[in-house]
Write a protein that binds this ligand. Structure first.
Ligand code: NAD
Length: 476
């Protein structure tokens, strides 16, 4: 058992104010392999005090000093890259190939991207005799989920560091090991004491204490819509800025003139990638009514070709889902889909054949889903695809927009007019045309409606971590 019981506060690894531990479970075998501490308000107070003190000096560092620091973080991250890949796969079950090519890579990519933006970021913009100054926002509270753990951490920490902010991070208690390694990397890279602090804990205790804390200036949250609302409510009394990257139920519309096989197969693969645990996964596939049969054959083939198994084994394309809670939630929703009358094309309840251990879910495709069914409306966050049919583009767009979420959407067509029309009409923060790629970290990412507020990644991420000061100068 690996004990990682300390928090990273003021540049040191310190014991929690009161001992309380949580086992970290390997979802591939359901065994506890590490222990972390669950913190309390007292730990948050300590971390915030350290961040407030560090803000006085760190916010005044030069662009060059922060560039050098970020560059050093890149070097140290690269040194620990293989360890990061394995740590992510063990804590949340992504196959090693995915951890290497995407999970760990995106963490590194966000730091490199922050460096690229910081090089040219205009912290002062002069308009007549007025200076519009972008200043560091202050002490940032960062709360992250388990599904892309280091991606979410780095896409907050890197621009915050670049802007001159100090911060307290509460990573997911379900997948905290990569966050601890990330903190070790920052420590080794020489991030000054108090600039970055990490307190482990659960949402209702540590997350709530951070959200309500008067010493924290802004909250950057990624996770479920339920918890995002709780953060915003707790932050309201201290009038904090809150940015939210929340859930999704993204529509993938395949028009009559599209390459049906290509669109369906890619749609299934993107839906099932990371065991269906991506916020922007295309979980609602819209296929013309007349093409349902062909589409379901392609979907069945794509789903059944997924190699579900040990994340550390060669050839695995789909690992387990992250936890027992998540496994049970997915099972309930599959059951609900069957009960509400959707047609099960492949997959279904229980573990894949021959598997009796680990949180493995059968890659599942439903056809004949109506938009009022639970599986068309609720985020399942597992390898479960709901297929709906439509008669024309207007109907597809209307149903696609008829959900509370608005994170991503896609349209497949050879007709440019339809593509433009759909791209404008879809109420989503990201729209893909004839593709479903999510790996360009240089463009803004975030949602409409209950998928959130604010944007991660790109130049627009800097808006989160800066405050605007208008300085009028009377030259007369
Ligand atoms: P979750 O909301 O349960 O937990 C996310 C984080 O919030 C964790 O650190 C958790 O401890 C914390 N938390 C929980 N309750 C809280 C509270 N009351 N106050 C403060 N913090 C609280 O979500 P999860 O299960 O870890 O992640 C899955 C969810 O995250 C999905 O809904 C997914 O769509 C969403 N997500 C969104 C994006 C995006 O960019 N839009 C990216 C990844 C994941």
């Amino acid at each position: 058992m690996l004990d990682k019981l300390n928090f990273y506060i003021d540049g040191k690894w310190v014991a929690p104010a009161a001992p309380k531990t949580l086992d970290v479970i390997n979802p591939a075998n359901e065994e506890a392999y590490a222990r972390i501490s669950l913190g309390s308000k007292a730990d948050v107070d300590k971390a915030v005090a350290a961040a407030r003190k560090a803000f006085e000096t760190y916010s005044r560092t030069t662009r060059e000093e922060r560039l050098a620091l970020l560059q050093k973080i890149v070097e140290v991250y690269q040194k620990h890259y293989a360890e990061m890949v394995e740590t992510i796969s063990r804590e949340m079950g992504a196959p090693l190939g995915l951890s290497k090519a995407a999970q760990a890579a995106s963490g590194l990519g966000h730091i490199a991207e922050a460096i690229r933006i910081l090089r040219d970021f205009q912290f002062e913009r002069v308009q007549g005799s007025t200076a519009i100054v972008y200043e560091a926002a202050g002490v940032c509270g960062l709360i992250t989920p388990w599904n892309w753990p280091v991606n979410q951490i780095a896409c907050k920490v890197a621009p915050a560091l670049a802007a001159g902010c100090t911060m307290v991070l509460k990573p997911s208690e379900i997948a905290p090991m990569s966050a601890l390694l990330f903190a070790e990397i920052l420590d080794e890279a020489g991030v000054p004491p108090g600039v970055f602090n990490l307190v482990n804990g659960d949402g209702p205790t540590v997350g709530e204490a951070m959200s309500a804390h008067p010493g924290i200036d802004m909250m950057s949250f990624t996770g479920s819509t339920r918890a995002g609302i709780a953060v915003a409510k707790a932050a309201a009394d201290t009038v904090k800025r809150v940015t939210q990257e929340l859930g999704g139920k993204s529509a993938n519309i395949i028009l009559d003139d599209a390459d049906l096989k290509k669109a369906v197969v890619q749609g299934v693969q993107n839906c099932f990638s990371n065991s269906g645990q991506s916020c922007n996964a295309p979980t609602r596939m819209f296929v013309p009514a007349a093409k349902q049969n062909d589409a379901m054959q392609f979907a069945k083939g794509a789903a059944e070709s997924a190699k579900v198994g040990d994340p550390f084994a060669d050839g695995t394309t789909m690992g387990p889902v992250v936890s027992e809670v998540q496994f049970d939630k997915i099972q309930k929703l599959i059951q609900k889909g069957i009960e509400e009358g959707a047609t099960l094309v492949t997959g279904g309840l229980g573990r894949p054949e021959g598997v009796n251990r680990g949180y493995y879910v059968r890659p599942t495709v439903f056809a004949n889903v109506r938009n009022d069914m639970t599986i068309a409306r609720e985020e399942i966050f597992g390898p479960v695809l709901a297929t709906l049919s439509f008669r024309d583009l207007d109907e597809a767009l209307r149903i696609a927009n008829d959900v509370s979420y608005g994170l991503a959407a896609a349209i497949w067509t050879r007709d440019l007019n339809s593509a433009h029309r759909a791209a404008r009409a879809l109420r989503a923060g990201v729209v893909y045309v004839n593709c479903y790629d999510a790996d360009d970290i240089t463009v803004p990412f975030g949602g409409y409606k209950q998928s959130g507020f604010g944007r991660d990644k790109s130049l627009h991420a800097f808006d989160k971590y800066t405050e605007l000061k208008t300085t009028w100068i009377d030259l007369s």
